[in-house]
Design a binder for this molecule. Structure first.
Ligand code: SF4
Length: 241
């Protein structure tokens, strides 16, 4: 059941909650979620290996390596690197595009209004920010929030791959077009990537695509779709249990 506070959060997000009149709720049904127990599953496999020098790094060494990284031009304009935050053994991994101005200043991904919206969506799923892991494809801010360049992604991606290896999440949610296209190595538009399960590289980890919270702040009408995406992710996670 959705408690009063979750109702308020979902209401604020513009999401209508449907609840069963009977209390027969299967383990994979979640508050306010559509039953997506039989989602279309797309097996999209691509092998991506972590470079040996990075593959042996533990959390501390990885974070230090990222903090000192000058592999692409973005190092010269960053205030600091934005490594990632959250539970290093989380079931859920959320991946966005790259740090914005506030993230660059504070050294943490998804802060500010977009971060608050993500926190609210997590809360509606009975999750706290500290219970998931949140990272970006790029660890440094592109100047003027421009789209990351292909070479920058190429240089930075091994760090995210190593984070995935260390976390071993059970579900990955790609937030926004850029993160989705980078993680899935596709140019398909987000409208074609949402609503189904993908697989991250050759890891076997299911990946769901949703909108970036910053986009949802500009287009609140799509919050319902974002909620459906999170429900799909939760359903996939429940099916793995
Ligand atoms: S964006 Fe990634 S690859 Fe480029 S300097 Fe920052 S940490 Fe290194």
């Amino acid at each position: 059941m959705v408690d009063k506070q979750q109702h308020q959060i979902l209401d604020a997000m513009g999401i209508q909650v449907w609840e069963l009149r009977h209390s027969i709720i299967s383990p994979i049904e979640q508050p306010g979620c559509i039953d997506t127990s039989d989602p279309e599953v797309e097996a999209k496999v691509e092998v991506r290996a972590t470079p040996p020098a990075i593959a042996k790094l533990d959390w501390q060494d990885l974070q230090q390596t990222v903090a000192g990284c000058q592999a692409c031009e973005l190092h010269s304009t960053r205030t600091q690197t934005v490594f990632g935050v959250g539970d290093q053994g989380a079931d859920w991994l959320f991946v966005g595009e790259a740090p914005g101005a506030e993230e660059d200043r504070r050294g943490e991904p998804f802060v500010g209004r977009a971060g608050q919206l993500l926190n609210a969506m997590l809360f509606a799923l009975n999750l706290k920010r500290e219970q998931v892991y949140i990272a970006n494809v790029l660890k440094c801010r592109p100047p003027a929030n421009r789209d990351p360049a292909g070479k920058e992604v190429q240089h930075c991606e091994p760090y995210l791959l190593r984070q995935v290896e260390l976390i071993q999440p059970r579900i990955i949610v790609a937030l926004g077009r850029f993160a989705a296209q980078s993680l899935l190595k596709t140019t398909d538009p987000i409208s074609r990537l949402r609503g189904r399960s993908h697989q991250y590289a050759d890891t076997g980890i299911p990946l769901v695509v949703s909108y970036h919270p910053a986009y949802l702040l500009r287009s609140p009408i799509d919050k319902k779709k974002a909620w459906a995406d999170l429900c799909l992710a939760q359903s996939l996670l429940g099916a793995l249990s």
